[in-house]
Ligand binder design. Structure first.
Ligand SMILES: [Zn+2]
Length: 62
């Protein structure tokens, strides 16, 4: 119980994924990198829904 608030956060800049905790304010707090993305330093993250992983086929658009 109480693990519902855990999930994945994805960096809005470079797309790197992190394990994250959801905070009361509705934001995401990436575990292990409180100062921001380790790749690009961005501090904005979006929730990453695991269901999106299923569609890993090539996506050719345009
Ligand atoms: Zn990043």
């Amino acid at each position: 119980m109480g693990d519902n608030s855990r999930g994945l956060a994805i960096c809005t800049e470079c797309g790197r994924k992190y394990a994250a905790r959801q905070v009361a304010s509705g934001g995401l707090n990436p575990i292990g990198c409180p100062a921001g993305c380790k790749s690009c330093g961005c501090t904005e993250f979006e929730a990453f829904s695991p269901s999106d992983v299923d569609s890993e086929r090539p996506d050719l658009r345009g």
